[in-house]
Design a protein around this ligand. Structure first.
Ligand code: SAM
Length: 303
């Protein structure tokens, strides 16, 4: 398939990368717990982009009938084999195809989709979930529950060490949200720039204009993009089962040496599913002096 076409559909992760996802304890525990909490034996479930079949397996193990779709034929056969070895092949039907144009033969109670790349780049989580939700509604007259329920996107200024044995190379990188990194210091609190609720979200451009103020001298040379998904929410208790995709660290064009009282205005714009470079290239930064309270009062009087 041509690169441009691949980019239209999403990102296909070859079998040899699935080990990383399967052995990511935070990811697996969060999805397993959420699926076990929601799914009952009466449920019909769909999974979009089922990979090795692990999430479909969790739903089938709770007694649900599952239909799954996966684009990569090698993963379709691997997952059929694994499900068979796990004794649940009879509960999960896997089709090969593009999840953006696929519906199960019957209405489902829940759809699961884990194409949650950092900052919702590269994979087409939003496009695929919205297309499925709308097609399901049009065909069966009802909307399925969606797992994850929502994704929060945030951004934070940081100082990242880009020294590699004396070689300075400011490259984009991924970081675990679940472990402290020695090579990275935070310079301010994260700010949420987008909230996506999958039961009503539609595909749109994400446009952010975020300001960070500094009370001390600080060096900032990168932005950390935070992607937190609420897999399921209990509306009565307010409790949720959450999962953080890997942090994405994007270097800025230079190191900004900020003085106390200065404000860093950052702006960026991208479409969900875009390549990482689209976001990298879209970041702009300017530094301004913080308005004193007196100046703010004067401005509000003018306004
Ligand atoms: C991040 S992996 C998750 C796999 C599996 N659900 C799990 O959690 O272990 C996303 C999967 O979606 C598949 N995929 C991506 N875009 C797709 C599309 N448009 N249609 C069907 N499958 C797709 C990829 O090949 C990959 O196996």
């Amino acid at each position: 398939m041509l690169n441009a076409e691949m980019n239209e559909i999403g990102q296909f992760i070859p079998l040899h990368y699935h080990y990383q996802m399967l052995s990511d304890a935070s990811r697996m525990n969060a999805f397993r717990t959420a699926i076990e909490e929601i799914v009952t034996p009466r449920h019909k479930v769909a999974e979009l982009g089922s990979g090795t079949g692990a999430l479909s397996f969790f739903a089938a193990r709770k007694g649900a009938q599952v239909w799954s779709v996966e684009f990569n034929p090698a993963l379709v056969s691997a997952s059929q084999k694994f499900l068979n070895e796990n004794g649940l092949a009879h509960k999960v039907h896997i089709s090969q195809g593009d999840a953006a144009n696929w519906l199960p033969p019957e209405p489902v109670d829940l759809v699961i989709c884990e194409m949650l790349h950092s900052a919702l780049l590269r994979e087409k989580q939003l496009q695929i979930v919205a297309a499925f939700r709308d097609a399901h509604m049009a065909r069966f007259g009802k909307a399925p529950g969606i797992l994850p329920a929502a994704t929060l996107l945030g951004v934070q200024p940081i100082f990242q060490c880009y020294d590699f044995n004396g070689y300075y190379a400011p490259v984009p990188l991924f970081q675990s949200p679940y472990y402290e990194s020695d090579n990275c210091g935070t310079c301010g609190d994260p700010v949420v720039y987008k909230v996506i609720e999958y039961d009503k979200a539609y595909v749109e451009t994400f446009e952010a204009s975020v300001s960070f103020s500094f009370n001390n001298e600080t060096n900032v040379n990168a932005l950390r993009f935070i992607t937190k998904s609420l897999l399921t929410m209990d509306l009565f208790t307010g409790k949720s089962i959450d999962w953080h995709s890997q942090y994405l660290i994007l270097p800025l064009s230079k190191t900004y040496e900020l003085k106390a009282g200065q404000v860093m205005n950052t702006r960026f714009i991208y479409r969900p599913g875009d390549p990482i470079e689209a976001l990298s290239n879209a970041i702009s930064v300017d530094i301004v002096e913080q308005l004193q309270d007196k100046e703010k009062d004067q401005l509000s009087l003018i306004a």
